[in-house]
Design a protein around this ligand. Structure first.
Ligand SMILES: *Cc1c(COP(=O)(O)O)cnc(C)c1O
Length: 222
């Protein structure tokens, strides 16, 4: 079942778009099943859960797949996350960016990161605003421990497809603006938009990553 859904989703993706299978709240068996169906990229959003899974998953799987971190990350939990992931998609403050950079310099790593942009209607949702992203990008060269690879965003949680499309249009516009403003920055090329309910819309707005959880793994059981 998990494998069939993954194949169905990936068969619809343009060549520049990758599926992040979001395995949060699902047990290791679900990750193993997805891997056996060919899935190589997973997303987790809680440090404790990620760390626990890293200890439980078979070594053979861990050598063959990558994990991205997608959730809110407190700076006192970096060591539970950064050793295990190839990308942090949810950098939402300059403080967090600075701390990830410092941790990587100390530990001899360079981490790929995305800046989370605030696009949805929900007032509590974290993320940078357009001007803040521009400010960060003016200083991108000073970070030696991170590569800023693009933007991540979550659209408004609504059935209104036009509202969702407008959110994606906004982040796509800013993504293009940053690329045009810093043409020498070759790292900045990823746009992570679209989840179970709205990834088909996100494909119309240049998603390079879609992050799909419940559509693949079902309701959360972990
Ligand atoms: C949980 C989560 C997803 C996946 O959500 P679904 O609606 O289950 O597909 C995507 N992105 C982030 C940041 C998440 O936390």
């Amino acid at each position: 079942m998990i494998g069939e859904i993954i194949k169905e989703i990936t068969s619809e993706l343009p060549s520049g778009t990758r599926l992040v299978a979001v395995s949060k709240f699902h047990p290791c068996e679900a990750i193993i099943e997805a891997w056996q169906a060919g899935q190589k990229l997973f997303g987790e959003n809680r440090p404790q859960e990620l760390e626990k899974k890293m200890k439980e998953l078979p070594e053979e799987l861990l050598k063959d797949v990558s994990f991205h971190f997608l959730g809110h990350l407190q700076t006192n939990k970096l060591k539970m996350v950064l050793p295990y992931v190839s990308m942090v998609q949810s950098i939402d403050t300059v403080h967090l960016l600075d701390e990830v950079n410092k941790w990587c310099l100390k530990n001899g790593k360079v981490m790929d990161v995305l800046l989370e942009m605030h696009i949805g209607a929900e007032e509590t949702k974290q993320g940078f605003y357009e001007e803040e992203i521009l400010d960060v990008m003016f200083n991108a060269d000073k970070y030696r421990g991170v590569r800023i690879c693009g933007l991540m965003g979550m659209a408004s949680h609504t059935d209104d497809e036009e509202a969702v499309a407008a959110d994606f249009q906004r982040i796509k516009n800013h993504f293009d603006y940053i690329k045009d403003t810093f043409p020498e920055n070759k790292d900045f090329k990823e746009l992570s938009i679209g989840m179970s309910e709205d990834y088909k819309i996100a494909l119309n707005y240049g998603a390079t990553f879609i992050r799909v959880g419940s559509k693949i793994f079902g309701p959360r059981v972990y």
